[in-house]
Design a binder for this molecule. Sequence first.
Ligand code: HEM
Length: 463
Amino acid sequence: DWSGQRFPSAGRRLPFIGDLLNIDPRQPILSMQRGATGLGPIFELQVFRQKIVLVGDVAMAAELCDETRFCKALPPAIEALRDYAGDGLFTAHNDEPNWQLAHELLMPAFTKSAMQSYHPIMVETASELFDYWRDRLTDGPVDVSRDMTKLTMETLSRSAFSHDFGSFGTEEPHPFVPAMVGALEGGRRKGGFRSAPGGRLLAKVVDRRFAHHQAYVDQMLDDLISARGDSESQHDLLGIMLNVAHPETGEKLSPLNIRYQILTFLVAGHETTSGALSFALYYLARNPECLAKAAAEADEILGDDPDAMPAFEQVSKFRYIRRVLDESLRIWPTVPGFGRSPRETTTFAGKYTMRPQDFAVVALGLVHKDPAVWENPDEFDPDRFLAANVKKRPAHSYKPFGAGARACIGRQFAIHEAVLVLASLVHRFDITGDPDYELAVDERLTMLPRGFELTLRTRSAQM
Ligand code: HEM
């Protein structure tokens, strides 16, 4: 019963950002962030009968990230995804047994040695993208978000499910991508309506409108699983899910839960990284000095051959490029926030009573720009992430991958892939953005630049 929430419940009123009428449905997060200007570090948003509390400064975010007192919460928009992703890792409630089981079974798929096994797949997929671009160099600029989404989708599905979507064979994204985005968009809208008057009826309308997307996604998941036949292989994430039993309890994931997990990984694992890569390229194209530094670093490590791709051990050596990625995720956290609830009734920020059924959303777009911690927060400056500067900042100033036990399981995967791709891309190509392009952002489940294009030239001539 979401409408039962009354946080804060100490009789204190929070600054009120407004209700849905003030929020642009195409850009809910950005318009909310704009509306928050001047309201202070904590404020409320009214979504029909539901009040959502948002937190926008580092001190309060740090308190919410304290795992001894707080834990993950599922705000309505995420709760709504349970229609599709059930008790999969991302959407499971903390106390659901399948979270613990899946977490323990799947952690080995995200260790350093697992990353080593994904590395050749990441290299091969990035090389395919570069070849795809090279064959089209005279066709004009490339759509960055579209192509980064192809790349990250392929990398994820090949690494996790040994499935090739054939994304580089066609201009358009694989039909699974719009179907999945459509199905999840349906879920998100239903989530918004849940507390609305007549919400059930509206949810039915949404269900009907998005049903064909859901049918496509279901078929796709069935195909992925049945392609395994009786194989007992444990070589990828799907193999682990199908064939590995918990070493102590002997428990395995149920077929339904495996479907939830596949969908979860397909969604959580690609658009997020695609956005991070696209924003990083946007900033590189806009900042010639940063681009020159990134290219110099790539050249120094990869040598004279412009087609060289990094070895596994080289990826962590691209320190500057890693800082570019970190700084891009600071300004544009592609997962824009996460929910937190207290484990027991507690006093939050010294004055607000918060009960376990209450939650607050850590609004990363605001926390990552808190002027008390980040100087000139709108400026792109990768050197904020030099170790000496990181040390000076309070803990939890930067949380693009979430907090605590429910933080991102794919963090290393995403960072390894993104750094590898950025380094080999600037090593191989000169990139130029349209100087008149003004950053526009698409909000789907995550955030991506819209209409951002790059003109590419091979660098072989100059090296
Ligand atoms: C959880 C961000 C890439 C899989 C999360 C959370 C954040 C996040 C903020 C926590 C959400 C919450 O507390 O509600 C990101 C970003 C990425 C990225 C910014 C890329 C730049 C990936 C990749 C994978 C992945 C590549 C898979 C290979 C997951 C899963 C969870 C998760 C399964 C749920 C973990 C749990 O609750 O046990 N991610 N993620 N993510 N992420 Fe990522």
